[in-house]
Write a protein that binds this ligand. Structure first.
Ligand SMILES: Cc1cc2nc3c(=O)[nH]c(=O)nc-3n(C[C@H](O)[C@H](O)[C@H](O)COP(=O)(O)OP(=O)(O)OC[C@H]3O[C@@H](n4cnc5c(N)ncnc54)[C@H](O)[C@@H]3O)c2cc1C
Length: 485
């Protein structure tokens, strides 16, 4: 049977984009269907990853300038800088990124159709444009990469004026004096520290008793200290009772109660509330019922390690398939889906992937924490490097940060890297490379690393770790020379 396309991709975020690029490299006819009439790129470019990182960069620059050169007059950053300037910075980056994506799509002869994509059957997608006109296209394969959307809060509404979500926060016209963030996921810490850097007084309210439970305990302690230094109040184990606008006091009130212990109503006055309470997959009205696609208990599309659904011609990647719901992973998932569609690779997504929390300071980690290793009965030793011992951090006037290595005591094999501090999401990749080659921590001092650089932290942490093994009774010569230390 002859189809109109080799693959139709519904959604142009990182999963869809990378699937399209890889498929075009295989000389396949590709159509991307995108519901957003203005921009390609999805949450990645327009409302999530890139805009939040752009605002963060601007806030960091302002904060650094402010604290190093300009705080003698005692004014807060929000008294000197305008939200407009930050938004302009962000907009210029989004424009350029949007243009680059468009150029890549044109260069690779990928076709696009603007409108709502809906699966009609195993090999047909219907696209309905803004005028309500529908066109059906046939295809050998389909990729569902429709992403995810913010969940609605249970006890209040998001009006996008007083109560914002991660999309409307990007449209704030001024830097708020006070901000209350409801929810304590990765994005909460990102926005909390962005606004704190601008002088905003931030409170985070969460029903969780333990935040970011996957973090190494020492990294979490350092993050808590960083929040305290920035005057960010973190209130755990609470339920939101109500949100109301107090016109008299020109503020928004958040009423909340502790879930355990003293359950009296407490009220915080704030300018805005930012709700970041999690996401749900975009699966409504895309026709999955027409082809009986399986979903997981959590409501995500069920795929195998080839990103193939229970219908052999239909693949899915990105946030619609759930964990880890990151742009970083979505790029790889989309590419692998294409490789599997066209039988070009047996590659699989690695189980150990890094994550980055773009708070200020940022956090990144890969592999086992000390606690994980202990639970698995592996005898591990740790090596630490505090940023205040790194020359490049001195030069950059940065004194908060920690890089921690977790490695097997018997042979020094690196099992985990945990970092809080400047450049953590970049630094992690050096550890990732060593780990993916089953390397050991001697790599970091047996090879020349640029100096000064933040990577020096690896060398210091490796020496620190080796010294611990030495103190535990293993001869130094043996540690340095044995292939099995
Ligand atoms: C504030 C924030 C910050 C983030 N920061 C990071 C970060 O620093 N690093 C990181 O790795 N990840 C980050 N993420 C997560 C990342 O943005 C997502 O994991 C990623 O964008 C998911 O990619 P995707 O391809 O699945 O979908 P998306 O990027 O969401 O794209 C889906 C696209 O599908 C389109 N679509 C939906 N339904 C249809 C339909 N029926 N027909 C046609 N088109 C449709 C949508 O319009 C959209 O363009 C962040 C997310 C948020 C919200």
């Amino acid at each position: 049977m002859k189809f109109d396309y080799d693959v139709i991709i519904i959604g142009s975020g990182p999963a869809g984009f990378s699937c399209a690029m890889q498929s075009s490299k295989f000389d396949k006819n590709v159509l991307i269907v995108e519901a957003n009439t203005d921009h390609l790129g999805g949450t990645w470019i327009n409302t999530g990853t890139v805009p939040s990182k752009s605002l963060r960069e601007a806030a960091k620059l302002i904060n650094r300038f402010h604290s190093q050169f300009a705080d003698r007059d005692g004014r807060k950053p929000y008294e000197k800088f305008r939200m407009e300037d930050l938004l302009q910075y962000k907009e210029s980056i989004l424009e350029s990124k949007n243009q680059k994506v468009k150029n890549d799509i044109i260069k690779n002869e990928i076709e696009t159709a603007r409108g709502w994509g809906k699966i009609v059957d195993d090999h047909t997608v219907e696209v309905t444009n803004q005028l309500g006109e529908s066109t059906s296209y046939t295809t050998e394969n389909i990729l569902i990469s429709t992403g995810s959307s913010p969940k609605e809060p249970e006890s209040f509404d998001i009006d996008h004026t007083h109560v914002l979500d991660y999309e409307s926060v990007l449209k704030l016209t001024h830097i708020p004096r006070r901000l209350t963030i409801v929810g304590a996921g990765i994005i909460s810490f990102e926005y909390a520290t962005i606004f704190a850097a601008l002088g905003t007084r931030v409170t985070i309210l969460t029903e969780d008793t333990d935040v970011l439970p996957f973090l190494d305990h020492e990294i979490k302690e350092e993050l808590h200290k960083a929040l305290i230094r920035r005057n960010i109040q973190l209130v755990t184990d609470v339920s939101i009772d109500h949100v109301s606008v107090n016109k008299l006091r020109t503020c928004t009130e958040v009423g909340y109660k502790k879930n355990s212990g003293d359950s009296r109503l407490q009220v915080t006055e704030t300018e805005h509330i930012l709700y970041v309470g999690g996401n749900e997959p975009n699966l409504k009205n895309i026709g999955i019922e027409n082809v009986d696609l399986n979903v997981t208990n959590d409501g995500y599309l069920d795929v195998d390690d080839k990103f193939q659904t229970n219908v052999s011609s239909i693949f899915a990647a990105g946030d619609v398939v759930g964990y880890p719901s990151l742009a970083s992973a979505s790029f790889v998932q989309g590419r692998l889906a294409s490789c599997n569609m066209f039988g070009s690779s047996t590659e699989k997504l690695k189980s150990s992937i890094p994550y980055g929390i773009y708070s200020i300071p940022e956090v990144s980690a890969i592999g086992l924490t000390e606690e994980d290793a202990q639970k698995q009965g592996i005898d591990v030793t740790v090596g630490r490097a505090y940023y205040n011992n790194i020359t490049q951090a001195d030069i950059a006037n940065i004194d908060e940060g920690l890089l921690k290595l977790v490695f097997r005591t018997d042979n020094l094999q690196l099992l985990g890297v945990h970092i809080i501090g400047e450049h953590a999401p970049d630094l992690i990749h050096l550890g990732q490379s060593v780990m993916s080659n089953d390397g050991d921590i001697r790599y970091f001092f047996q090879n020349v690393l640029n100096y000064p650089s933040f990577s020096e932290a690896y060398r210091i942490a490796a020496f620190n770790g080796v010294n611990r093994v030495y103190k535990a009774g293993v001869k130094y010569k043996k540690i340095l020379n044995d292939s099995e230390a």
